[in-house]
Each structure stands twice: as C-alpha cells, then as structure tokens.
Design a binder for this molecule. Structure first.
Ligand code: NI
Length: 175
C-alpha cells in the first residue's frame, strides 16, 4: 500500500521525530510501505515524517537514478552520522514534500552512518556522492529540516512563493 506524502506547509514536516526502540515487525512494515511509496512517486529517498509518522526511519534507493532498473534499497532506523568529511560538494536536490522545486545544496561529500537495519542489526555504512547527499537529506527530515533551509533567505523565499502559487492554482477559488 502506498502512503500519502505530506507537502509543505504541513506542520508535521517541521517536527523532530522520535527514535524507534528497535526494528520490530511494525517498523519493518513501515519501511516496506515507505519503499513502495518512494518507488511509486518516483523518488530516491523518503523519511517517515513525510508520510506523517514521527519516527526516525528513512529509506533510500539511488539505483533508479543511474538508469539501473534493479532495486537496491537501503532501510535505516535511528541513523546517526559518526563522521563527515571536511570536504563539501553540491548536488541539485529536490524533495517529494516540495513538488517541482530544485536547488543546489552544499553538504559534506562523504559520511559514515550508523543505523539499525531491517533485521534490527547495528550497521555502519560509508557513503559518498549522491548516496551521501540523499542520506543527509532524509536525515534532515527527521529533525524537521528541509533542503530549502540550507539556502539563502532570498532563494528560499523564491521557492516558497513558487509553491504558494502552485497550491493556489490547484485549489478551487471559492472555498
Ligand atoms: Ni525530502
């Protein structure tokens, strides 16, 4: 079953999500539904707060972005960054919660992340390039942070105005 993806300005996107006590059946089920939702969108990353669940769970799959049709999902509960490179790189980012909006964001180019996998095992993963970007973008969601928060106020205001305009044009005038 695919889940409804919240879009700005839904206040749930601005809250801090709580750690899970462990990856139990319920969390595994949530990860599965988040993956289905992400593939259907389509997207390359999704966080639980974006589907209205305030838990520290993210799913990522960058396989589709390279034209590779095989799925290669990464599901993480309670992800924590243990190390980040001093070197930064910028990627053109988008977000299912800010439909149609893209901007270049600077982030550490390599990271070491610790998380609980689908078997409730603690794992460490080093990531660089697009994978590092997507993991950091999704982890931001767990703290109520959106990619536009990394931009200058001017650029953020431009995107906010574009989204308001898009919302107005989708809604009937007389409500
Ligand atoms: Ni996002």
């Amino acid at each position: 079953m695919t889940l409804l993806v919240l879009t700005v300005p839904d206040s749930r996107l601005r809250q801090v999500a709580a750690p899970v006590r462990g990856v139990d059946k319920g969390v595994v089920h949530l990860m599965k539904e988040m993956l289905e939702t992400m593939y259907a969108a389509p997207g390359i990353g999704l966080s639980a707060p974006q589907v209205g669940i305030l838990k520290r769970v993210i799913v990522v799959d960058i396989a589709g972005s390279t034209g590779d049709s095989a799925h290669n999902p990464l599901c993480m509960a309670n992800p924590a960054i243990l190390w980040a490179s001093g070197e930064y790189s910028s990627c053109n980012e988008g977000c299912l919660s800010l439909p149609g909006q893209y901007a270049r964001v600077n982030r550490p180019s390599s990271i070491l992340v610790r998380y609980l996998d689908q078997q409730n095992k603690t794992r460490d993963c080093t990531a660089d390039g697009l994978l590092a970007t997507v993991i950091q973008h999704e982890m931001d969601h767990l703290d109520g942070v959106l990619f536009v928060d990394h931009l200058s106020k001017l650029r953020r205001d431009i995107i906010t105005r574009r989204l308001q305009k898009a919302r107005r044009s989708r809604q009937p005038a007389s409500t």
